[in-house]
Design a protein around this ligand. Structure first.
Ligand code: BYC
Length: 321
């Protein structure tokens, strides 16, 4: 490192220490930039791919009101993806490069979206559990050291809170319904509980990025801490819905004040992360097709922009003449 770089490093370290946000034009270590691009782009892809399992139910929502709510929610997720792609761009990576990585299957996105949505109860469960897990993970990210990421998270979290509530509310209705509706709800719980716990990432001792991300104050809590918090919050909510948790090892520990829960199937987690989940191929194909089918919109927008710039330049030249 040159003397100049050592100075920059010191300024950077002091900012992190004093909770001063790092902004796009500030000097930052390459590894910090790289890990932010990695996490923010994965996060953006998760939002966009995450639209697919729910969009699958827009045409089949059981009432006009549920359809409106679901449409609004799925549209919010698109917005989250766009804020996050913009935040990644501030770090010097182009949108097309990021998207190409998703379409080629190189980029990761949250494992949870590689599971199918088989019944209407799955949609409520996604709102309650998946958005609930996302909130727990994302609220601390509102204090992430990188300004554009932290600011994007503030708005995202407000919307996630509505998503979580609409999901839980729809499940309360099902939980008071017919025996078939109750059975459908329990079946959804059985299929989504464990994949939701996997959303928080590998256990702490296997989390390769955590140490540095905590040091840089991108992450504030470890994967296991957030997972435990999620379990503690969700069990009473599940009990209110009359649900059984699909975990025979689950028990309350009076001494620690936390629930103890069974071992996650890490083989399944890594298989899904590596592209071998039930819907990985379907999800990436759907995104790639959507991108290809949207080419004419991008071409039209570019042509319009060029035409407008040309006209503006001509008008300027005319004025100056
Ligand atoms: N799935 O060292 P670790 C939403 C990877 S969308 C796949 O602990 P880190 C919603 C990890 O990337 C919200 N991969 O990593 C949308 C790493 O691989 P690389 C999604 C996972 O980054 C629509 C390796 O495993 N939320 O709410 O310190 C509808 C080792 O992990 C997963 C976010 O994206 C996983 N679950 O911690 C409804 C939050 N977990 O990159 C809802 C932002 C880990 O080294 N991200 N991996 O090759 C984060 O907070 C962190 O990146 C994580 C992982 C906690 C997820």
């Amino acid at each position: 490192m040159s003397a100049k770089e050592i100075d920059f490093q010191q300024i950077f370290d002091e900012k992190i220490e004093n909770e001063v946000r790092i902004e796009p034009k500030d000097w930052m270590p390459d590894a910090y930039r790289k890990t932010l691009i990695r996490q923010i782009s994965q996060h953006a892809h998760s939002e966009i791919v995450g639209m697919l399992p729910e969009a699958n139910w827009i045409t089949r929502a059981p009432s006009l009101n549920r359809k409106k709510i679901l449409l609004a929610k799925v549209q919010d997720e698109a917005g989250h993806g766009l804020y996050l792609y913009c935040a990644a761009e501030t770090l010097g990576v182009s949108r097309i490069q990021t998207l190409n990585d998703l379409h080629s299957g190189k980029a990761k996105y949250s494992s949870i979206f590689n599971y199918p949505t088989l019944t209407w109860a799955d949609i409520g469960i996604i709102g309650w559990l998946v958005d609930g897990a996302a909130i727990l993970n994302q609220v601390p990210l509102c204090r992430a050291s990188y300004g554009p990421y932290a600011r994007a998270m503030v708005r995202v979290c407000k919307e996630e809170s509505f998503h979580q509530r609409q999901g839980y509310e729809s499940l309360v209705v099902l939980s008071k319904g017919s025996p078939e509706q109750k059975e459908m709800l329990q079946d959804a719980m059985n299929r989504w509980w464990w994949p939701t716990l996997m959303m928080f990432g590998p256990k702490d001792e296997e989390s390769s990025n955590s140490d540095m991300s905590m040091k840089w104050r991108i992450k504030r809590f470890s994967n296991d801490e957030l997972r435990q918090r999620f379990v503690d919050i969700s069990i009473p909510q599940a009990e209110y819905l009359g649900l059984t948790i699909p975990d025979p090892d689950l028990k309350w520990n009076e001494e620690t004040g936390h629930y103890e829960f069974g071992e996650i199937d890490w083989e399944e987690f890594w298989a899904v992360v590596k592209g071998n989940g039930k819907c990985n191929k379907q999800r990436v194909d759907a995104r790639r097709n959507a991108h290809e089918e949207g080419a004419w919109v991008r071409d039209a927008a570019t042509a319009y922009h060029e035409k407008r710039s040309k006209r503006e330049n001509e008008q300027k030249q005319h004025k100056n003449a």
